[in-house]
Design a binder for this molecule. Structure first.
Ligand code: DAH
Length: 352
């Protein structure tokens, strides 16, 4: 049997209890660690209060009741104090013990550029090298700059409510531009000749949103006006662009087309850079991918902006940025570009 501690000096024990009570009252801990140290010092296996409970066994029977109560009060006071210290530490939010200055910092994800921005900048950079300046125009436009000055007849279906978001439909309606060709009109109205510009921007069409259509998308418009500009100049500019954008081996072909603002007009295809012309599911087995519309600026368009069509000629082209991005990365669902799903956006981190 374990030997009992030596018989107790009762007064000494009372003093100890008083001293511990005073210690509890004056306890002030700033950190979780300090609170834990105090708890161990008082209530731990070898703590002061636990020690007193050991000594209690030697208290004479007639005094056990009184001392028992005192000891229990002491233990409760210590437990309550420790709890309240923990609470106030949490409330103050200064849980400093959990702030370990040696811990490596939390890493946070860097954002990345949006695929539309990446492609827009790539297109702009290519044309900048060819001597084109960037021009921008308003997204909220009037009928003149979006349609009238671009030779759209009044009954042209593109003006229809189904295509255009109208803001006001007075004589010269205010609307959201349906293409960036409006910027060429603004440029022709105010820039000195010759003009060589590239106009990136956001455009709006009243379309139901699906994998293949969206009511908001982006275009880049190009315009070159000078004396003696020919269709051959246009073809060469577009070929050089295609080779910079899709690879030095790229070929282009032009198919006759129609736009109110150009005559003649063409649709441009680039040789498929996935199958190199052999035919795959991206080019639908044709070996060609459609990338833009283009044409020689219609003399009516030059005249509408006050440019002498006898002296000057020019070419224009327009392409969809999402379409080029789609060909570059095979992202077929247009909605991906607008939903800001981080899983999609993070795929472009390497293009920063
Ligand atoms: N504005 C046309 C569209 O939105 C694209 C376009 C085609 C622009 C031919 C041009 C052009 O400048 O010459 O579909």
């Amino acid at each position: 049997m374990a030997a009992l501690p030596e018989a107790l000096n009762i007064n000494e024990m009372k003093e100890k209890i008083e001293a511990i009570l005073a210690e509890i009252e004056s306890l002030a801990c700033k950190t979780e660690n300090e609170i834990e140290e105090a708890r161990v010092r008082l209530l731990g296996k070898k703590g002061k209060i636990t020690g007193l409970f050991e000594e209690f066994r030697t208290v004479p029977a007639e005094q056990k009741r009184e001392f028992g109560q005192k000891l229990n009060q002491l233990k409760n006071a210590a437990t309550a104090k420790i709890e309240s210290l923990k609470d106030s530490l949490q409330e103050s939010g200064a849980s400093a013990a959990s702030f370990d200055v040696t811990k490596p910092g939390d890493s946070f994800k860097l954002g990345s550029r949006h695929p539309v921005s990446i492609v827009r900048e790539e297109i702009v950079e290519i044309f900048r090298k060819f001597g084109y300046d960037v021009a921008e125009g308003p997204e909220i436009e009037d009928d003149w700059h979006v349609f009238e000055a671009l030779n759209f007849p009044p009954e042209h279906p593109a003006r229809d409510m189904q295509d255009t978001f109208f803001i006001s439909s007075s004589a010269n309606s205010i609307l959201l531009r349906t293409h960036t060709s409006s910027v060429q009109v603004r440029a022709m109205e105010k820039l000195p000749l010759p003009i060589r510009i590239i106009c990136p921007g956001r455009v709006f069409r009243n379309e139901a949103i699906s994998a293949r259509a969206h009511c908001i998308f982006h275009q880049v418009e190009g315009l070159y006006i000078d004396e003696n500009v020919t269709f051959a100049d246009m073809k060469q500019a577009i070929l050089l662009f295609a080779r910079e954008m899709f690879g030095a081996e790229s070929q282009i072909r032009m198919r006759p087309s129609y736009f109110p603002f150009t005559e003649p007009s063409a649709e441009v295809d680039v040789s498929c850079n996935i199958c190199h012309g052999k035919g795959c599911n991206i080019c639908k087995g044709t070996g060609w991918l459609e990338i833009m519309g283009c044409g020689m600026v219609d003399p009516n368009v030059l005249e509408a902006s006050g440019i002498d069509s006898k002296k000057y000629s020019g070419f224009a082209f327009g392409m969809g940025i999402e379409r080029i991005a789609m060909l570059k990365w095979q992202v077929k669902d247009l909605r991906n570009y607008f939903e800001n799903d981080l899983r999609f956006l993070r795929e472009f981190e390497t293009f920063i």
